[in-house]
Each structure stands twice: as structure tokens, then as C-alpha cells.
Ligand binder design. Structure first.
Ligand code: PMT
Length: 398
């Protein structure tokens, strides 16, 4: 699977107090591997200096359409030709009005009108300005013109009023921009994912669990959503927030996870078992806290149902993807699990580096052999994994 070339963003900054957040957005976009060229309006330069944006992007900032330095003399066109998308953040009420009416009386509005690539805007303004009939008309016009509108958010505003109109936080914007570029490979498909650990009670306060954080499973849910799927995320206890748009089902024990999966598996196209499910549970958990004594304590453990094996064995199973965290002989154990559970695809990872960490390395095992997804953050790996699943899924149902 080849890495996509870096996306090129033309980041337009207009004159509102949220302009200071554009610096953080620029940093986050570059951290995601995007190439960013910044263009600022005259008003934006009163809130944040081009020097800051140049320092972060490593490129001179575009501020004037009368710039004679542009090789082809087309300062109002060329930068948009070199971009995969233009992002305006923050987009003031005034700039949104310009876009809606096709005005091109400064560099940034000219670049937007002359563009041949998608346009994304992140509105930022006082709540009354946002609610005004004129702004709502302009936003409706932008949506009708195919412009992507990101936000705004609700909350405390710089002016001291509270309501709708705040620009989305830089982290959320960076995530939405990355999601915009994901291929919509799973449109119309329903994907059921298990994630996190399970907790098997010993008594009222103690239990058996493991160190799975849920990060890998939640990243896969996020990537599946970005690629157009409807996602049901069945999760054991974790500290993570569910990805926006996922239907979350919280469970504690393996038995509860099994029941939730049975409830949702009926109409799903793909099942991905990322959860670290306890293989055993205590046969007779005590309702009261067990008292300490000098004698040894023996717990009787009984096997839990294997959720993945059950789903893969259904008469008309969804496309099943299993995971295996191994501490040694990854290839041998992963292939064994794939055969025993009769899976078209199994994802192997080394337990020591996978559990709880932000980064991972995956090895994909299927009928064609094995394929390594080298070390990266879990969301990057999840996006690549979903692209691999899309190919296999398509092949399996041709
Ligand atoms: O949550 P993180 O901190 O990000 O860590 C991610 C992870 C390491 C937990 C994840 O990447 C991973 O490897 N999950 C599988 C853990 C494992 O080794 O599972 P297993 O070998 O016990 O089971 C193999 C497969 O069967 C898994 O898909 C599992 O979900 C499934 N299974 C297992 C037992 C059981 N009773 N029911 C199941 O469905």
C-alpha cells in the first residue's frame, strides 16, 4: 500500500480575534504531513503577524495581490493552482459575505474565486453576527455552492457573550480537514468494531482486566467514519471519548460485549474485533468484598465465549477482521489464530509496543501473505488499515 503524496493546503486567515488559533492550526496541519502555504488579509495582519506564520510554515506569507515576485505574475491565481484545498480559518462574517457574492477585491478573495480546488471555511464571529439573516443567507449560499462549512462552535466568545459563533478549536479543525481528504471507500456500509479491555468481576470491588486503552479500536472507528462508514463501536471500559458520529455501546464484561455484538451484527457488512477480550471469567464472583485471610485463595475460572469466532461462524457472516497481540513469534501465532477462527484478514501487533501506546506497528496476514504497516501513530495506521480492508472486502464480494 503506497503512502498518498502530502496534501497541499492554502490556509487563508482573515481578520478576527480567532486568527491567533490559525497559528496552532498551521502547526497541526504540518504535523499531519501537509504542506501549507499561508495567505492573510490586511485585517488578519492586525491580529497576528505574517512573521509568526512564516516562522511556522517556513514559507513567505502571501498578503498582497500586487506582489511582483510571483514568477508568472499571477499572484491572484497561481497559489490556488498549487493547492489541493483552500481552508479559510478564521472566516469572518465579512469574508463569508464576499465569498457568497463572488467578490474578488483583495488577494485572498481573488484566490478563492479563481480556485479550481475545494474550499473549506471555519466561521468565527459574534453570536448575533452569526445568527443574522444576512450571514445565514450567505452560509446557505456557500453550502449550495459546494463549500464545506466547518463549525462554528458554541461557547464563551472573546466579546464576553456566550453562544454560537466561536471558531472550532484548532485540533478539531485539523482532524476535520484530514477527514475531508479520506477516500469515501465505505459509503453505505455498516462496520461493527469492538475495542478496549473487558473487566471480569472477582467480587464487589475487584476484577480481572488488561492494559488495553482502546486507542487502536477507537482510531479504527474514527478512520472508518472518515471513509464514509456507519460505525457501531462496542467498547469495554476506557477513558476515551467516542469518535463523533459513531454509535457507542458501553460494556464491561466479555459476556456483555458478546451480547452487544449479537444485537448489532445482523445488518453489518464488516466486523473488526480489536478488543482485548478476557479469555476467562470467574465462575462465581462474590457479591460482597472477599475478606482477607491467612489461607490461600483459589479462583475458579471458566472460558468466555469467543466473540470473533462466533461471528465468523455465522451462516452468512460479515467480512471479519481479527487482531492478535503477541509477545513472541508474531507471524506464527497470528497465522494460527487466523486459521482457527477462519478469518480472511488478521492484524498482528507486538503486545509490548501496542498496548496503551500512541504508536504501533501492524502486520496484516491474509491469503496473499503478510504485509507490514510501519510504525506510526494509531490513526495513521487505522486509515491505512481501512484502505487495505476496503480492497480485501471488494475482492471477497466480487
Ligand atoms: O487498546 P490499545 O491500548 O490501543 O491496544 C490495542 C490492542 C493491542 C489491544 C489491539 O491492537 C489488539 O491486538 N487486540 C487484540 C488483543 C488479543 O491478543 O486478542 P486475542 O489474541 O485474545 O484474540 C484474538 C482475536 O479474537 C481478537 O480480535 C479478539 O478481539 C478476539 N476475541 C478474543 C477472545 C474472545 N473471547 N473473544 C474475541 O472476540
Amino acid at each position: 500500500m503506497e503512502q498518498e503524496p502530502a496534501k497541499r493546503i492554502l490556509l487563508g486567515v482573515t481578520g478576527g480575534i480567532a486568527a491567533y488559533k490559525a497559528a496552532e492550526l498551521l502547526r497541526l496541519l504540518m504535523k499531519q504531513g501537509m504542506e501549507v502555504q499561508v495567505a492573510m488579509t490586511e485585517a488578519a495582519c492586525r491580529f497576528i503577524t505574517p512573521t509568526t506564520m512564516q516562522g511556522l510554515s517556513g514559507k513567505p506569507v502571501l498578503t498582497s495581490q500586487w506582489d511582483t515576485g510571483m514568477a508568472d505574475g499571477m499572484a491572484h491565481i497561481s497559489p490556488s493552482r498549487a493547492a489541493d484545498a483552500i481552508v479559510i480559518a478564521p472566516a469572518t462574517a465579512d469574508f463569508i459575505a464576499k465569498l457568497a457574492h463572488g467578490l474578488a477585491n483583495d488577494l485572498l478573495s481573488s484566490l478563492c474565486l479563481a480556485r479550481n480546488c475545494p474550499l473549506l471555511v471555519a466561521p468565527a464571529m459574534n453570536r448575533e453576527m452569526w445568527q443574522s439573516a444576512a450571514t445565514q443567507r450567505n452560509i446557505a449560499q456557500l453550502l449550495a455552492d459546494g463549500v464545506q462549512v466547518l463549525g462554528p462552535d458554541c461557547g464563551m466568545q472573546a466579546c464576553g457573550e456566550e453562544g454560537m459563533g466561536r471558531m472550532l478549536e484548532a485540533g478539531r479543525l485539523a482532524q476535520d480537514i484530514a477527514a475531508f481528504f479520506q477516500p469515501k471507500l465505505f459509503s453505505g456500509k455498516k462496520i461493527l468494531i469492538t475495542a478496549g479491555p473487558t473487566y471480569e468481576a472477582i467480587d464487589a470491588v475487584r476484577g480481572i482486566t488488561n492494559r488495553s486503552s482502546g486507542k487502536m479500536g477507537y482510531a479504527i472507528a474514527q478512520a472508518a467514519l472518515e471513509q464514509g462508514a456507519e460505525v457501531v463501536l462496542v467498547s469495554g471500559p476506557t477513558a476515551l471519548a467516542k469518535p463523533r458520529g459513531a454509535q457507542g455501546v458501553d460494556v464491561v464484561s466479555a459476556a456483555q460485549m458478546f451480547e452487544a455484538v449479537q444485537q448489532h451484527v445482523g445488518d453489518c457488512d464488516i466486523f473488526i474485533g480489536v478488543a482485548a477480550v478476557a479469555d476467562y471469567r470467574v465462575a462465581q464472583p462474590s457479591e460482597q468484598k472477599i475478606k482477607k485471610s491467612a489461607a490461600a485463595l483459589t479462583l475458579e475460572l471458566v472460558p468466555n465465549p469467543d466473540i470473533l469466532a462466533h461471528v465468523a461462524g455465522l451462516p452468512d457472516p460479515p467480512f471479519c477482521v481479527g487482531f492478535a497481540a503477541e509477545s513472541e513469534d508474531l507471524a506464527k501465532h497470528a497465522e494460527q489464530k487466523r486459521c482457527v477462527k477462519n478469518l480472511p484478514l488478521l492484524v498482528g501487533n507486538l503486545a509490548q509496543q501496542a498496548i496503551g501506546s500512541d504508536e504501533n506497528e501492524l502486520v496484516l496476514f491474509d491469503d496473499s501473505g503478510s504485509h507490514v504497516l510501519p510504525r506510526a501513530d494509531k490513526l495513521t495506521l487505522a486509515r491505512l488499515l481501512m484502505q487495505h480492508i476496503a480492497q480485501r472486502y471488494e475482492g471477497a464480494y466480487k
